[in-house]
Design a protein around this ligand. Sequence first.
Ligand SMILES: C[C@H](O)[C@H](O)[C@H]1CNC2=NC(N)=NC(=O)C2=N1
Length: 119
Amino acid sequence: MTTTAEQLTKKKCAPCEGGVPPLSSKEAQELASNVEGWAISADGKVIRREWTAKNFVAAMAFLNNVAELAEEEGHHPDLHLVGYRNLAIELTTHAIGGLSENDFILAAKINRVPVATKG
Ligand SMILES: C[C@H](O)[C@H](O)[C@H]1CNC2=NC(N)=NC(=O)C2=N1
């Protein structure tokens, strides 16, 4: 049994300064399939999710809330805002050059941050 999104949200990102192997592609695929909306990159080193916010203010509010969450967790995403309201977040564990459980913990927690979308 793999870790569910619910279980991931109860965990805390562990400090990572390297020295541990990245998740295997099987482990990463299992976790990704449990965390809605996140896809693994072709090279297997990054997970990414995209959103279209209602407007610029909604996009910035979301990014600021994600930044606060990331700081609390001590694990930091690449945040992208393109064309004023198109959002993408990428997660990787820089210290190990690949994916760790931290990326999936943060992804599951980001999924709980509200974002006002169009429509
Ligand atoms: C000790 C502390 O956990 C590390 O410096 C953290 C900080 N935030 C980080 N964020 C990400 N995405 N990858 C890292 O390797 C990383 N390292």
